[in-house]
Design a protein around this ligand. Structure first.
Ligand code: ADP
Ligand code: MG
Length: 212
Protein backbone atom coordinates (compact mmCIF):
# COMPACT_ATOMS: atom_id res chain seq x y z
CA UNK A 1 0.00 0.00 0.00
CA UNK A 2 2.91 2.26 0.66
CA UNK A 3 6.55 1.69 -0.08
CA UNK A 4 9.42 3.74 1.27
CA UNK A 5 12.83 3.37 -0.34
CA UNK A 6 16.10 4.86 0.82
CA UNK A 7 14.19 7.52 2.69
CA UNK A 8 16.22 10.15 4.49
CA UNK A 9 15.26 13.39 6.08
CA UNK A 10 17.47 16.08 7.54
CA UNK A 11 16.59 19.44 9.01
CA UNK A 12 19.20 22.17 9.52
CA UNK A 13 20.02 20.52 12.82
CA UNK A 14 20.99 17.23 11.18
CA UNK A 15 19.65 13.85 10.09
CA UNK A 16 16.34 12.79 11.57
CA UNK A 17 15.18 9.83 9.49
CA UNK A 18 16.92 7.03 7.66
CA UNK A 19 14.61 4.27 6.43
CA UNK A 20 16.25 2.00 3.84
CA UNK A 21 13.02 0.15 3.03
CA UNK A 22 9.52 -0.19 4.45
CA UNK A 23 6.70 -1.90 2.61
CA UNK A 24 3.28 -1.75 4.30
CA UNK A 25 0.52 -3.98 3.05
CA UNK A 26 -2.97 -2.83 2.23
CA UNK A 27 -5.21 -2.85 5.30
CA UNK A 28 -2.36 -3.44 7.75
CA UNK A 29 -2.25 -1.54 11.04
CA UNK A 30 1.11 -0.13 12.13
CA UNK A 31 2.50 1.75 15.07
CA UNK A 32 5.46 4.05 14.56
CA UNK A 33 7.13 4.03 17.95
CA UNK A 34 10.05 5.95 19.36
CA UNK A 35 10.91 8.50 22.00
CA UNK A 36 10.12 12.18 21.66
CA UNK A 37 12.29 13.72 18.95
CA UNK A 38 12.90 10.44 17.11
CA UNK A 39 11.16 11.63 13.94
CA UNK A 40 7.65 10.17 14.23
CA UNK A 41 5.84 13.36 13.24
CA UNK A 42 8.36 14.01 10.49
CA UNK A 43 7.71 10.54 9.07
CA UNK A 44 3.93 11.02 9.18
CA UNK A 45 4.25 14.37 7.41
CA UNK A 46 6.38 12.72 4.72
CA UNK A 47 3.88 9.86 4.31
CA UNK A 48 1.12 12.45 3.96
CA UNK A 49 3.07 14.40 1.38
CA UNK A 50 3.00 17.48 3.62
CA UNK A 51 6.80 17.41 3.77
CA UNK A 52 9.14 16.41 0.96
CA UNK A 53 11.96 14.15 2.17
CA UNK A 54 15.59 15.08 1.68
CA UNK A 55 16.13 11.88 -0.31
CA UNK A 56 14.38 8.69 -1.31
CA UNK A 57 10.97 7.79 -2.63
CA UNK A 58 7.50 7.47 -1.14
CA UNK A 59 4.93 5.48 -3.10
CA UNK A 60 1.35 5.51 -1.83
CA UNK A 61 -1.35 3.44 -3.52
CA UNK A 62 0.95 2.96 -6.51
CA UNK A 63 1.70 6.66 -6.90
CA UNK A 64 5.22 8.05 -6.40
CA UNK A 65 4.08 11.13 -4.50
CA UNK A 66 7.41 12.87 -5.00
CA UNK A 67 6.65 12.96 -8.73
CA UNK A 68 3.44 14.95 -8.25
CA UNK A 69 3.39 18.74 -8.60
CA UNK A 70 2.06 20.63 -5.55
CA UNK A 71 -1.53 20.95 -6.78
CA UNK A 72 -1.68 17.34 -7.87
CA UNK A 73 -0.27 16.25 -4.54
CA UNK A 74 -2.94 18.21 -2.61
CA UNK A 75 -5.63 16.52 -4.65
CA UNK A 76 -4.06 13.09 -4.29
CA UNK A 77 -3.79 13.56 -0.53
CA UNK A 78 -7.40 14.69 -0.31
CA UNK A 79 -8.61 11.60 -2.12
CA UNK A 80 -6.37 8.89 -0.77
CA UNK A 81 -4.85 9.93 2.56
CA UNK A 82 -6.66 10.76 5.81
CA UNK A 83 -4.71 12.58 8.48
CA UNK A 84 -5.42 13.20 12.15
CA UNK A 85 -2.70 15.54 13.30
CA UNK A 86 -1.79 16.15 16.92
CA UNK A 87 -3.50 19.51 16.82
CA UNK A 88 -6.76 18.59 15.22
CA UNK A 89 -6.83 21.48 12.72
CA UNK A 90 -10.56 21.66 12.34
CA UNK A 91 -11.46 24.92 10.62
CA UNK A 92 -12.79 26.94 13.55
CA UNK A 93 -15.07 29.18 11.48
CA UNK A 94 -16.91 26.23 9.93
CA UNK A 95 -19.41 23.82 11.44
CA UNK A 96 -18.57 20.14 11.72
CA UNK A 97 -20.71 19.44 8.63
CA UNK A 98 -18.93 22.12 6.62
CA UNK A 99 -15.49 20.92 7.76
CA UNK A 100 -16.33 17.55 6.21
CA UNK A 101 -17.91 19.02 3.06
CA UNK A 102 -14.77 21.14 2.65
CA UNK A 103 -12.63 17.99 2.75
CA UNK A 104 -14.72 16.53 -0.08
CA UNK A 105 -14.51 19.77 -2.04
CA UNK A 106 -10.74 20.10 -1.66
CA UNK A 107 -10.30 16.55 -2.94
CA UNK A 108 -12.31 17.43 -6.04
CA UNK A 109 -15.13 15.09 -5.01
CA UNK A 110 -18.86 15.69 -5.01
CA UNK A 111 -20.19 17.08 -1.73
CA UNK A 112 -22.39 14.38 -0.29
CA UNK A 113 -24.37 15.53 2.74
CA UNK A 114 -26.11 12.20 3.17
CA UNK A 115 -22.75 10.41 3.41
CA UNK A 116 -21.48 12.99 5.90
CA UNK A 117 -24.61 12.70 8.03
CA UNK A 118 -24.30 8.92 8.08
CA UNK A 119 -20.65 9.10 9.05
CA UNK A 120 -21.33 11.62 11.83
CA UNK A 121 -24.16 9.46 13.15
CA UNK A 122 -21.86 6.42 13.22
CA UNK A 123 -19.40 8.43 15.33
CA UNK A 124 -22.09 9.63 17.74
CA UNK A 125 -21.86 13.13 16.34
CA UNK A 126 -25.25 13.09 14.65
CA UNK A 127 -26.43 16.05 16.71
CA UNK A 128 -23.19 18.01 16.22
CA UNK A 129 -23.30 18.56 12.45
CA UNK A 130 -24.22 22.21 13.01
CA UNK A 131 -21.83 22.78 15.91
CA UNK A 132 -18.59 24.75 15.65
CA UNK A 133 -15.34 23.14 16.85
CA UNK A 134 -15.21 25.30 20.02
CA UNK A 135 -18.59 23.89 21.02
CA UNK A 136 -17.27 20.33 21.10
CA UNK A 137 -15.67 18.40 23.96
CA UNK A 138 -12.15 17.11 23.33
CA UNK A 139 -13.48 13.63 22.55
CA UNK A 140 -16.09 15.01 20.18
CA UNK A 141 -13.49 17.20 18.44
CA UNK A 142 -11.23 14.18 18.06
CA UNK A 143 -14.08 12.14 16.57
CA UNK A 144 -14.89 15.03 14.22
CA UNK A 145 -11.24 15.12 13.12
CA UNK A 146 -11.34 11.37 12.49
CA UNK A 147 -14.60 11.81 10.57
CA UNK A 148 -12.94 14.42 8.39
CA UNK A 149 -9.92 12.16 7.86
CA UNK A 150 -12.06 9.26 6.66
CA UNK A 151 -14.85 11.13 4.84
CA UNK A 152 -13.24 10.46 1.44
CA UNK A 153 -12.59 6.79 2.29
CA UNK A 154 -8.80 7.04 2.18
CA UNK A 155 -6.47 4.15 1.46
CA UNK A 156 -4.01 5.42 4.04
CA UNK A 157 -5.05 6.75 7.46
CA UNK A 158 -2.42 8.51 9.55
CA UNK A 159 -2.74 9.61 13.18
CA UNK A 160 -0.16 11.46 15.27
CA UNK A 161 -0.19 10.68 19.01
CA UNK A 162 -3.96 10.17 19.07
CA UNK A 163 -4.00 8.83 22.64
CA UNK A 164 -1.57 11.09 24.45
CA UNK A 165 -3.20 13.06 27.25
CA UNK A 166 -6.18 10.71 27.36
CA UNK A 167 -7.22 8.64 30.34
CA UNK A 168 -7.24 4.86 29.89
CA UNK A 169 -10.84 4.51 28.82
CA UNK A 170 -10.60 7.31 26.25
CA UNK A 171 -7.28 5.92 25.08
CA UNK A 172 -8.92 2.63 24.11
CA UNK A 173 -11.85 4.45 22.55
CA UNK A 174 -9.55 6.58 20.39
CA UNK A 175 -7.57 3.54 19.26
CA UNK A 176 -10.69 1.56 18.51
CA UNK A 177 -12.19 4.47 16.61
CA UNK A 178 -9.17 4.64 14.32
CA UNK A 179 -9.04 0.86 13.86
CA UNK A 180 -12.76 0.63 13.12
CA UNK A 181 -12.69 3.49 10.64
CA UNK A 182 -9.57 2.15 8.92
CA UNK A 183 -11.24 -1.24 8.59
CA UNK A 184 -14.40 0.34 7.19
CA UNK A 185 -12.34 2.02 4.44
CA UNK A 186 -9.99 -0.93 3.99
CA UNK A 187 -7.27 1.61 4.75
CA UNK A 188 -3.74 1.00 5.93
CA UNK A 189 -3.46 2.61 9.36
CA UNK A 190 -0.31 4.24 10.72
CA UNK A 191 -0.33 5.59 14.26
CA UNK A 192 2.69 7.47 15.59
CA UNK A 193 2.92 7.12 19.35
CA UNK A 194 5.11 7.08 22.40
CA UNK A 195 2.17 5.82 24.48
CA UNK A 196 3.28 2.58 26.11
CA UNK A 197 -0.32 1.54 26.73
CA UNK A 198 -1.16 0.85 23.10
CA UNK A 199 2.04 -0.94 22.09
CA UNK A 200 0.65 -4.36 22.90
CA UNK A 201 -2.60 -3.68 21.07
CA UNK A 202 -1.16 -3.26 17.57
CA UNK A 203 1.10 -6.00 16.28
CA UNK A 204 3.15 -4.23 13.60
CA UNK A 205 5.73 -1.84 14.98
CA UNK A 206 8.18 0.36 13.14
CA UNK A 207 10.74 1.62 15.65
CA UNK A 208 12.55 4.92 15.27
CA UNK A 209 15.49 6.10 17.34
CA UNK A 210 16.80 3.81 20.03
CA UNK A 211 13.43 2.31 20.98
CA UNK A 212 12.43 -1.26 20.38
P1 ADP B 1 8.72 13.12 17.24
O1 ADP B 1 7.41 13.31 16.58
O2 ADP B 1 9.18 11.69 17.30
O3 ADP B 1 8.78 13.76 18.60
P2 ADP B 1 9.72 15.03 15.28
O4 ADP B 1 9.56 14.44 13.94
O5 ADP B 1 8.73 16.05 15.70
O6 ADP B 1 9.84 13.84 16.36
O7 ADP B 1 11.16 15.68 15.38
C1 ADP B 1 12.34 14.96 15.10
C2 ADP B 1 13.54 15.90 15.24
O8 ADP B 1 13.50 16.87 14.21
C3 ADP B 1 13.59 16.66 16.55
O9 ADP B 1 14.92 16.76 16.94
C4 ADP B 1 13.02 18.01 16.19
O10 ADP B 1 13.54 19.00 17.01
C5 ADP B 1 13.48 18.18 14.75
N1 ADP B 1 12.53 18.97 13.96
C6 ADP B 1 11.21 18.71 13.79
N2 ADP B 1 10.64 19.62 12.97
C7 ADP B 1 11.62 20.47 12.61
C8 ADP B 1 11.68 21.64 11.77
N3 ADP B 1 10.59 22.08 11.13
N4 ADP B 1 12.87 22.25 11.65
C9 ADP B 1 13.97 21.79 12.26
N5 ADP B 1 13.99 20.71 13.07
C10 ADP B 1 12.85 20.07 13.24
MG1 MG C 1 5.60 14.06 17.24
Amino acid sequence: MFVLKNLRHAYDGGDVLNIPAWDAESGAHWLVVGPSGSGKTTLLHILAGILRPTAGSVTVAGQDIGALPAAGLDRFRGRHIGIVLQRLHLVTSLTVMNNLLLAQYLAGLAQDKAHVNGLLASLELGDKAGAYPHELSHGQAQRAAVARAVVNQPQLLLADEPTSNLDDQRCWQALELLETQARACGATLVIATHDQRIKSRVSNHYALGDSS
